[in-house]
Design a protein around this ligand. Structure first.
Ligand SMILES: [Fe+2]
Length: 232
C-alpha cells in the first residue's frame, strides 16, 4: 500500500521512457560536485574525519572509476548518469558498482544539512508520509529497520515506486532504485548510506545509533524538492 500521487500520473509512463526518466533538475553528471557544506558541518552526528574520508576518498573514487568505465564502454558522459543506471544490466560490474556509488553519494550529500532540533518534513511531503506510515515516527522506525537489517553494505531508501506510491526499501552494495537490476525500482527521494565507511569511526558496530542520530541532519527541503521535481 502507498500514497497515490495522482498529480504525477503523466510521469508514471516515464519509467519506461529513457529520455524522460529523470526530472531535469536532478540529472546527475559524472564529475563529483562540491560538498554543499564543510566537513565539520554535521559534527555530533557525523564527525569531520568520517566526512572527509567519505567524500574525498570513497566517493571521489566512485566518480573516477565510473568515468573510467564510461570511457571504456563508450558512454556519452555529456548525458545524465541516470540514463546509464536505467540500463545498467547492459554494462559491466565496474559500471554498476561505481555508477551507483557515484549517484548515491552525490544524492546523499544533498540529503543532509547541519543538525536541527525537531527535524521533520512539512507540507505535502509530511502529509504523504503520515498517510502511508500513520505517523512520521512510525515512518522513521520502519525506514530505520531497512537500514539496520540490510546485511553487509547497502542503502535504505524513501522512493516513489512504479505504481506512483511513496514507499521505503533497501538495496545491496551501491545499487539504487533507478537501476533495472535493483531489488526495488523507482525514483529515489531520500537515501541513507549504511556502509561501515559512513559511520564506523564514530559509531563502530552501532549502526542503529548512527541511524538514530542521522535523522537530525536530514535535509527535508531537498527531499521535498525531489518530490516536487518528480511531480512536474
Ligand atoms: Fe558511502
Amino acid at each position: 500500500m502507498g500514497v497515490g500521487l495522482s498529480a504525477a500520473a503523466p510521469l508514471l509512463q516515464s519509467f519506461t521512457t529513457k529520455e524522460n526518466f529523470v526530472p531535469v533538475n536532478f540529472a546527475t553528471g559524472f564529475d563529483q560536485q562540491p560538498l554543499p557544506y564543510a566537513y565539520t558541518a554535521l559534527e555530533n552526528v557525523i564527525d569531520a574525519m568520517t566526512m572527509e574520508l567519505h567524500y574525498s576518498k570513497h566517493a571521489a573514487a566512485y566518480s573516477k572509476n565510473v568515468k573510467d568505465a564510461a570511457a571504456a564502454e563508450k558512454v556519452d558522459m555529456t548525458k545524465p548518469l541516470e540514463d546509464v543506471l536505467a540500463n545498467i544490466s547492459k554494462y559491466s560490474a565496474k559500471m554498476r558498482n561505481n555508477g551507483g556509488g557515484h549517484y548515491n553519494h552525490e544524492m546523499f550529500w544533498q540529503c543532509m544539512r547541519p543538525k536541527r532540533e525537531n527535524n521533520a518534513p512539512t507540507g505535502k511531503l509530511l502529509a504523504a508520509i503520515e498517510k502511508e506510515f500513520n505517523s512520521f515516527d512510525n515512518f522513521k522506525k520502519q525506514f530505520a529497520e531497512f537500514g539496520k537489517n540490510r546485511f553487509g553494505s547497502g542503502w535504505a531508501w524513501l522512493y516513489i515506486n512504479k505504481e506512483n506510491l511513496i514507499t521505503i526499501g533497501s538495496t545491496v552494495n551501491q545499487d539504487n532504485p533507478l537501476m533495472d537490476v535493483a531489488e526495488i525500482k523507482g525514483f529515489p527521494l531520500l537515501g541513507l548510506d549504511v556502509w561501515e565507511h559512513a559511520y564506523y569511526l564514530k559509531y563502530q558496530n552501532r549502526r542503529a545509533d548512527y541511524i538514530d542520530a542521522w535523522w537530525n541532519v536530514v535535509n527535508w527541503d531537498h527531499v521535498q524538492q525531489r518530490l516536487d521535481s518528480y511531480k512536474m
